[in-house]
Structures are given as C-alpha cells and as structure tokens.
Design a protein around this ligand. Structure first.
Ligand SMILES: NC(=O)c1ccc[n+]([C@@H]2O[C@H](COP(=O)([O-])OP(=O)(O)OC[C@H]3O[C@@H](n4cnc5c(N)ncnc54)[C@H](OP(=O)(O)O)[C@@H]3O)[C@@H](O)[C@H]2O)c1
Length: 288
C-alpha cells in the first residue's frame, strides 16, 4: 500500500495515477473528504489528514510500503517559516511512528542553498527527515513547467509573458509535473538505504524567450517575454496581497544569479521526457 499526500494536486495526482496504472494499491491522503470520491471510485483507500496533524498522518501512513510526502506550498511565509515548521513536525512524528518501508519526499532544486529564501522551507524539511531512522528519498524537481499557467491569458490576449526569470536568454531548468509523478512512483517502489537525493529536470533547459516562442507557435500569434523590473517586485507582490515578499524575491534572485541550481549540476540530474510544448498545449486548452 502506498499513501499519497497532495493527491488532489498536480504532483500527488500524477504519482497516484502512475501507481494505479501499474495495479499498485493507493491510499489517498486528503484533507477534504469530498475531494476523495474520485480516488475512491478508482479503488483507492481514503484517509483524512491535514499536513499539520501528526496523529492523523500517523494513522494515514500505517501499514504502508511507501509514503509520498508533498509539503504544501507557502508563497508568503511568516518570518522563521512557522507554517513549514508545523508541517515538518507533524510529518516527522507521523513517519517515525508509522515507520513505512520507504519515503519519497518532494523537495526542490536549490534545497541545499545556504542563503535564506522561499526554498529554505524545503531545506528544513530535508534536514528533519534525514534525521529519521527510516530511509527517505528527496526528489528535487526543477521549476515546474506548469508555472506558465499564470501566463496563458496574457500570452493569448496580449502576446506578452511577464518574466521574473532573467535575463530572458538564460536557460532555466524546468520539468513537467507528470514527469515528477512518474519518477516519484518509481522511487517509492525501490528499496534504498539511508537518505538519498534525486534531482530532476527536462531533457533541455528553457529560456524565457524560448517559452514565449513556444506559446507563439501554439497560439498562432506573436508572443514575447518581458522582464519584470527587479525594483518593482516588492511593490507588485505587496499589491497582490503578500505580507512577506522577501523570501520569494530572494528565491527568484537565486535562480537568476545561479545560486539556486542542482547540487550535482545539469550533468548529474535525472532527465524527464516531457517537453514544454506538451504542457503549454494542455494549459492553453484548460484556459479556453
Ligand atoms: N512550482 C514550482 O516550480 C515548484 C518547484 C519545485 C518544487 N515545488 C514543490 O511542489 C509542491 C507543490 O506541488 P503541486 O504543484 O502538485 O501542488 P498543488 O497542485 O498546489 O497541490 C497541493 C496539494 O496539497 C494539498 N494540501 C495543501 N495544503 C494542505 C494541508 N494543509 N493539509 C493537507 N493537504 C494540503 C492540496 O489539497 P487540497 O486539494 O485540499 O487543496 C493538494 O492536494 C510544493 O511542495 C513546492 O515546494 C514546486
């Protein structure tokens, strides 16, 4: 039995679909019972748990061969990352109690960076779970291709994608969430010792200009990338409701300045199969 958290989202859903397609038993760990129906109809067991509830997670992780941990995103963390720390404490307690045979935890590119930024939330998760006595694999994916969902309307209606990634001709490691799910499903079925890191990106790195060209090809209209000036970010993020934009800004700086990178570099990363055009076609179809 494989317990999958985040199953109603992109990556967790992809992990579960891959396991189900291989006739493996799946337990859907959800916080909203209503959202579990579709998974129950596909033969999944269902367990209710918030990621901050150690007791509920321990019950959800009991009697499993593997647990997939998806830490929820928090783009606007309070100082000291209390939201991530609450999840980390609950997940660590639950894993120590349930002692599944294998754990795959979704982490991120740049989790090894020493400078504080948004991804520090995953650095803290890796530190806590590495200390467990149960083997754990940290899957560190690149920038999600699905992040371009935010640009579909602007590309389609105005021919512009606004880019925080810059310069516009700098290749960025990216990956499709379906590739992450497929690799996570493979890792959760493999026995490994101790803690491991697997870094994952698509076969080719992508520049913002190339992403705009891909939009243009699919939409059949000119599309170009425009860099959002660095000095406007803080005001922009605050106008969008963020209270603490600093960690997000430093994360973007880290990608642009190159200190958010894979620990083992491009040569050392596992490569996915899915190309950006496939993901953008789906995003554009979904927005229509
Ligand atoms: N975006 C990127 O470029 C990038 C790159 C590297 C790593 N990551 C990592 O990817 C992860 C996000 O994955 P995703 O895009 O698949 O997420 P997603 O589609 O936003 O789905 C999030 C999932 O987590 C569940 N969830 C959220 N808060 C929860 C809580 N408090 N208790 C229980 N369940 C909760 C959601 O359940 P509901 O359906 O009930 O909301 C949903 O199933 C984050 O850990 C992020 O750090 C992202």
């Amino acid at each position: 039995m494989y317990a999958i958290t985040g199953i109603t989202g992109k990556v967790g859903g992809s992990v579960a679909r891959t396991l189900l397609a291989a006739d493996q038993p799946v337990r859907a760990v959800v916080r909203d019972g209503g959202k579990a129906r579709a998974w129950a109809e596909q033969g999944c067991e269902v367990a209710l748990a918030e990621m901050e509830d150690g007791d509920a997670l321990a019950a959800a992780f009991k009697d499993t061969d593997g647990v997939f941990v998806l830490p929820p995103s928090e783009f606007d963390p309070a100082p000291g990352f209390p939201e991530a720390r609450a999840v980390i404490a609950a997940v660590a307690t639950a894993l120590e109690e349930a002692r599944p045979r294998r754990i795959v935890c979704l982490s991120t590119i740049g989790a090894q960076a020493t400078e504080t930024n948004l991804l520090t939330q995953r650095t803290l998760m890796e530190q806590a779970l590495s200390a467990l006595t149960v083997p754990v694999t940290f899957l560190r994916p690149a920038w999600f291709m699905e992040n371009f969902a935010w640009d579909v309307v602007s590309a389609r209606d105005h021919g512009i994608i606004a880019s925080f990634l810059r310069p516009l001709d700098k290749p960025v490691p990216m990956v499709a969430t379906a590739d992450i799910g497929r690799i996570a499903a493979r890792l959760i079925q493999e026995d490994r010792l101790g803690s491991n890191v697997v870094e994952l990106e698509a076969a080719r790195r992508i520049t913002p200009n190339q992403a705009a060209d891909t939009f243009a090809r699919i939409l059949g209209r000119p599309v170009h990338a425009e860099a959002v000036p660095r000095e406007t970010w803080e005001g922009l993020f605050k106008s969008q409701g963020m209270k603490y934009p600093g960690p997000r800004i430093r994360m973007l700086d880290g990608f642009n300045e190159g200190w958010i990178e894979f620990e083992n570099g491009e040569a050392g990363s596992t490569k996915g199969d899915i190309v950006l055009e496939t993901v953008l076609r789906e995003l554009i179809k979904g927005a229509a």
